[in-house]
Design a protein around this ligand. Structure first.
Ligand SMILES: Cc1cc2nc3c(=O)[nH]c(=O)nc-3n(C[C@H](O)[C@H](O)[C@H](O)COP(=O)(O)O)c2cc1C
Length: 370
């Protein structure tokens, strides 16, 4: 696995803007649904610090930007003072171990129902097309969605502003930056994809129009906290939550090229093989054209193991690799890669349970040898 200089590619240092990373293994954003009442909880201190290494990049779970942003039970937010205060000790714990911590800011759009919305109102989206009910990722619960309300053109800047304020709040909480969640069929992706967006105003129709909302958010957030603290996550090839596009390659390229204008820190893309969040398929496409088009740091994610990650870095197909399920189940993943040690298996059944310990902070570390 080692390169010609005897180094493991994933474990070589990398300078991401002003951040000196000591390796290229990133904690992918992982929703864990343990933030009761949308407030981050003290048990997240242990969870995130377990997965922090000195000079490692840690991306927090998807975090709601406003009271209309939620669609899952017990997911954290960052729009109230209480939420900002609750994040602070979690951020401090990651910093105490030398980690670099980004907050993923999120709006689910139509992936919601009236039960998650203020005053029982309809969720908002670019469209009024309803999502069909589906089995949740835990394989048990049925997610039910309410027909969304199509945002009026003049309301869109208000939602852009929610992202700006959330980014400001994330910095106030101590985060080093934010990752705008533009992936997986949530609000931004709903605007981007022609399988969802059926608008006839300047936010719909052409590729340029569909990407306008995403780029306005990037612009607003970058102006608010500085482009050197901003990343975005995109999944042009995925059709999770019925968010497919007829030309994902053109879409991915257009976004990668457009992002250069804003000089943001990183672009984080899901591999085309990830049709949904956990389902890997054979796929002829690759992220290389987008990686080449984007001038900042490129992060790839989706279905990586150690060998795949090392190859991607060695072949310069990416700068960093984000690991989701393997990192969830192996708090000391970086150490295990270093030692080529066996990995714990993840347990899907405890991904999203509200327990503060089980399936959360109780995955074992390697036995430490004296
Ligand atoms: C339990 C779980 C929660 C997830 N939550 C998020 C999330 O909050 N935001 C996001 O962008 N992706 C989320 N994802 C997707 C992961 O970040 C990652 O892209 C996906 O698991 C594929 O990578 P992997 O093969 O390394 O697990 C989640 C995935 C899992 C399994």
């Amino acid at each position: 696995m080692a390169n010609e200089e005897g180094q493991i590619p994933l474990l070589t240092p990398y300078k991401m803007g002003k951040f000196e990373l000591s390796h290229r293994v990133v904690l992918a954003p992982l929703t864990r649904q343990r933030s009761y009442g949308n407030v981050p909880q003290p048990h997240a201190i242990l969870y995130y610090s377990q997965r922090t290494t000195k000079g490692g990049l840690v991306i927090a779970e998807a975090t709601g930007v406003s009271d209309t942003a939620q669609g899952y039970p017990e997911t954290p937010g960052i729009w109230t003072k209480q939420q900002v205060e609750a994040w602070k000790p979690i951020v401090d714990a990651v910093h105490a171990k030398g980690g670099i911590f980004f907050c993923q800011i999120w709006h689910v759009g139509r992936v919601s129902n009236t039960g998650f919305q203020p005053n029982g109102q309809a969720p908002i989206s670019c469209t009024d097309k309803e999502l069909a009910s589906q089995v949740r990722a835990n394989g048990i619960d049925i997610a039910r969605f309410t027909r969304p309300r199509r945002l009026k053109t003049e309301e869109i800047p208000l939602v852009v502003d929610d992202f700006r304020v959330a980014a400001r709040n994330a910095i106030e909480a101590g985060f080093d930056g934010v990752e705008i969640h533009g992936a997986h069929g949530y609000l931004i992706d709903q605007f981007i994809k022609d399988g969802v967006n059926d608008r006839t105003d300047e936010y719909g129709g052409s590729l340029e129009n569909r990407c306008r909302f995403a780029l306005e958010i990037v612009d607003a957030v970058a102006k608010e906290i500085g482009p050197d603290k901003v990343g975005i996550r995109l999944s042009p090839f995925a059709d999770y939550m019925q968010s497919g596009d007829s030309n994902p390659k053109a879409l991915g390229l257009y976004m990668a090229e457009s992002l250069n204008k804003y000089k943001i820190l990183y672009c984080h893309m899901l591999e085309p093989r990830m049709k949904s969040v956990g389902e890997k398929i054979d796929c002829p496409h690759s992220l290389v054209p987008m990686r080449k088009a984007f001038k900042g740091t490129f992060i790839s994610a989706g279905g990586y193991d150690m060998e795949d990650g090392n190859n991607a870095v060695a072949e310069d197909r990416t700068d960093l690799v984000a690991y989701g399920r393997l990192f969830l189940a192996n708090p000391d993943l970086v150490k295990r890669f270093e030692l080529n040690a066996p990995l714990n298996k993840y347990n899907r059944e405890t991904f999203y349970i509200p327990d503060p310990v089980i399936g959360y902070t109780d995955y074992p570390f390697l036995e430490t040898t004296v």
